[in-house]
Write a protein that binds this ligand. Structure first.
Ligand code: GDP
Length: 293
């Protein structure tokens, strides 16, 4: 992508440093880290520092919003994370799919070693403590609320834990550290920034909405042509530009300004909203990196 397209990206090193410290200083309090990512863009929606920050802790990667992503691609991502040494599962807070398997997977797989050791020592009732991390908008609050339900209440203050953090009880012996820190995505890479803008994880101000919609339409025309052919009833020829596609959508939807000109801004807002709302179907925005053989 051309650099001139992009308005200046806000990057918050101060906040990042604060969250980094918060995670590092609380890591010793937990047995495992639960990292939430967006199933549509699992790498772009994670902070690459996470691997380094939490490297000594068992980890579960949760691909949330799997209702919006392409199932086949999500399965490939699960295989990818497993090949990288992290357990991974897909969930969807909208229908609740997969949520019930989170705690069993943590206890039976992610923390198998710890649980076996506790069983040997007759300590099976000891609490399992988890930390949840993820960039804004991936669904952390939704998952915590679904897991904790009516039990979402303060467990107790622990020494060394300030008032801004809370332990949330998930079941009889599982507690989750609910931290206020904001883990910003790292979007210096422009393709990453665009995927985050498509899903609404970062502000729409990064690119103007028409440029964003043109890029999305070009991606869809190449990777999921049926999604826009069916939704907007448009033809797609080989060499259509993003602008052609956007104008076609506007034309089909009757978005015309006086004088016959197409209102591409309205068309762009429609495309972006409908994509985010899942109305264009289940779409993944990135594929797992190819492994070298
Ligand atoms: P947080 O910033 O990581 O805590 O994310 P939130 O829990 O606030 O969720 C961000 C947005 O995504 C909200 O509008 C949620 O309703 C929506 N959301 C969360 N999980 C899912 C999901 O699995 N599927 C869909 N379609 N939307 C979801």
């Amino acid at each position: 992508m051309d650099n001139t397209d992009m308005k200046q990206i806000q990057w918050f090193p101060g906040h990042m440093a604060k969250t980094r410290r918060l995670i590092a200083s609380n890591l010793s309090l937990v047995d495992a880290v639960v990292e939430i990512v967006d199933a549509r863009s699992p790498l772009s929606s994670r902070n690459p520092e996470m691997d380094h920050l939490t490297k000594n802790k068992p980890r579960l990667v949760i691909l949330n919003k799997s209702d919006l992503a392409d199932d086949k691609t999500t399965q490939r991502w699960i295989n990818y994370f497993r090949s990288e040494g992290s357990e991974a599962i897909a969930v969807d807070c909208k229908s609740g799919k997969g949520l019930k398997s989170i705690l069993p997977v943590i206890k039976k797989s992610v923390l198998k070693e710890l649980m076996d050791k506790r069983a040997r020592n007759g300590m099976t009732g000891a609490a399992v403590r988890l930390m949840i991390v993820g960039i804004p908008n991936v669904g952390k609050s939704s998952i915590i609320n679904k897991l904790a339900g009516s039990k979402r209440a303060k467990v107790e203050d622990r020494p060394g834990v300030t008032r801004t953090k809370q332990w949330v009880k998930l079941d009889d012996n599982t507690e989750l550290l609910d931290m206020p820190g904001v883990l910003w995505p790292k979007f210096e890479d422009q393709d990453v920034a665009i995927r985050l803008a498509f899903t609404g994880a970062i502000s729409d101000d990064i690119l103007d909405i028409e440029t964003l919609a043109m890029k999305l339409l070009s991606y869809l025309a190449e990777n999921y042509p049926e999604s826009i052919i069916e939704r907007y009833n448009i033809d797609i020829s080989d060499n259509e530009t993003g602008l052609d596609l956007l104008e076609n959508v506007g034309k089909k939807r009757g978005m015309v300004i006086s004088g016959g000109e197409i209102n591409t801004e309205r068309a762009a807002i429609t495309v972006i909203d409908e994509f985010r709302g899942g109305k264009l179907g289940r779409i993944s925005l990135e594929n797992p990196p190819e492994k070298e053989l």
